[in-house]
Design a protein around this ligand. Structure first.
Ligand SMILES: Nc1nc2c(ncn2[C@@H]2O[C@H](COP(=O)(O)OP(=O)(O)O)[C@@H](O)[C@H]2O)c(=O)[nH]1
Ligand SMILES: [Mg+2]
Length: 432
């Protein structure tokens, strides 16, 4: 069994081997977030808690008593992993792993794990790998004196007397240089990638939002009802993309994204952005907010700032706010929010839902439908029923909303929907 045990760095450490965190949120909030992050890589969290520290113990970060206490817990729970929501040195990690006989993952390690799983594009994977290598390199440097040992004898990686750490660093640097080269190439051809992705004829609807806002719960709630989702080839290839059929027949691809987090280590920001690339291309962006959270507004601003860095302004027409977890609100607060939502113009009206109870799903599907329709145009194409190639072209490049035989002229009338640019191609090809 896997067990993240989570702790936070002290707010005012006396001695520390890592920069003091700027995070001023209460420990419980941080713990909730960290547990959510651990779940994001499918860890089964069997216990969690906050460790208050007055000083950092150099060898193990936390004090001897705590190390022993957790050792007992790891044993009784048969835990395989302990997650520490702070930055620990390689030496501390090694000492703790020995004491607990379990793997130890720190905050950056955990986040890198999440990004690594979520990177969907080649650029995303490269960015994550680069961040990982830079992280390893920085750890080598920081722990130079601890890790340094003579290599002696083997000559592959350097001359005699080269230390292990120099060799390690050189290997890392070479890999970094290679990845940077690859990244340059990928960026140059990025436009091509985008265009090929656009070939998926269905609109993409992306779920974004703070971690723990309920994106994945909502993703499951929306896709559960969809009978056809299991048929989609890529649904089995990528669990965070799934096809959903909306009530009026339109099919969308719903995309669950990596959650936004506070206090993101700076070296991970590029990797984080790269894992969100598909949001840039999305037809509709659902910004899921936990309105029952006391820091809902601050979280929302953080999310908006990240979106802005991706070139998506808060007033972007594609964004629909989803006010989630209304089941947790007292009746008067729920009324207040309902009224607040009502005051928004139709196309920007937030949708109140509970991803857990399923309340509001109908409103949400309608909002998605409206959002998808707003960015696309519809047209009727008349085809000879024998024109199999024409029909298949339309299926590949557009959403086919309806197909009927026109009795009067013996033609097939196909109602299609597509982005304006694609519709231009339809018009040119079929002479509309
Ligand atoms: N009460 C309640 N809990 C919810 C709701 N939506 C999500 N949650 C819970 O919030 C936590 C985080 O949800 P998750 O979908 O993993 O969030 P994500 O990080 O945005 O993907 C889980 O424990 C969910 O069960 C909701 O509408 N109501
Ligand atoms: Mg999630």
């Amino acid at each position: 069994m896997l067990e993240p045990f989570l702790r936070r760095a002290p707010s005012r450490p006396k001695h520390t081997n890592t920069p003091a965190t700027q995070d001023t949120r209460p420990p419980d909030t941080r713990l909730d977030e960290a547990v959510g992050l651990a779940r994001a890589i499918d860890l089964d969290v069997v216990d969690s808690g906050v460790v208050a520290l007055s000083a950092i113990t150099p060898a193990t970060y936390i004090g001897k008593g705590k190390v022993e206490e957790i050792a007992g817990l790891v044993k009784s729970q048969e835990a395989g992993i302990v997650v520490m929501d702070c930055a620990i040195s390689p030496v501390q990690q090694r000492n703790l792993e020995k004491a607990w006989n379990a793997k130890v993952l720190d905050r950056t390690g955990l986040i890198l794990e999440i990004f690594g799983r979520r990177a969907r594009t080649r650029e995303g994977s490269l960015q994550v790998e680069l961040a990982h290598l830079n992280y390893q390199k920085s750890r080598l440097v920081r722990s130079w004196t601890h890790l340094e040992r003579q290599r002696g004898g083997f000559g592959f990686l350097g001359g005699p007397g080269e230390t292990q750490i120099e060799a390690d660093r050189r290997v890392i640097e070479e890999r970094i240089a290679r990845i940077e080269g690859d990244l340059d190439k990928v960026k140059r051809t990025r436009k091509l990638h985008r265009e090929s992705r656009k070939r998926v004829p269905y609109p993409i609807v992306a779920l974004v939002g703070y971690t723990n806002a309920g994106k994945s719960t909502l993703f499951n709630q929306l896709t559960r009802a969809s009978v056809l989702s299991a048929d989609m080839l890529f649904a089995t290839l990528d669990p965070t993309l799934r096809a959903v059929d909306l009530p009026h027949g339109a099919r969308i691809i719903l995309s669950d994204t990596v959650g936004f987090i506070s206090d993101l280590p700076t070296m991970l920001i590029a990797a984080f952005r790269a894992t969100l690339e598909e949001v840039i291309e999305a037809d509709v962006i659902l910004h899921v907010r936990d309105v029952s959270h006391e820091e809902a507004d601050a979280q929302s601003h953080d999310v908006e700032n990240v979106l802005r860095e991706l070139g998506i302004e808060p007033n972007d027409k594609r964004i629909v706010e989803i006010w989630n977890k209304i089941d947790r609100l007292p009746p008067e607060r729920r009324m207040e929010l309902t009224n607040k939502a009502e005051r928004h113009a139709d196309e920007r009206r937030p949708v109140l839902v509970s991803a857990v109870t399923g309340e509001g799903m109908e409103r949400l599907r309608d909002a998605i439908e409206a959002g998808v329709g707003a960015g696309r145009v519809t047209a009727d194409v008349l085809l000879d029923p024998a024109d199999g190639a024409g029909v298949s072209w339309l299926h590949r490049h557009t959403e086919v909303l309806a197909k009927v035989m026109d009795e009067q002229n013996g033609k097939l009338r196909i109602t299609v929907r597509a982005e304006p640019a694609v519709m231009e191609r339809v018009k040119a090809k079929f002479g509309l």
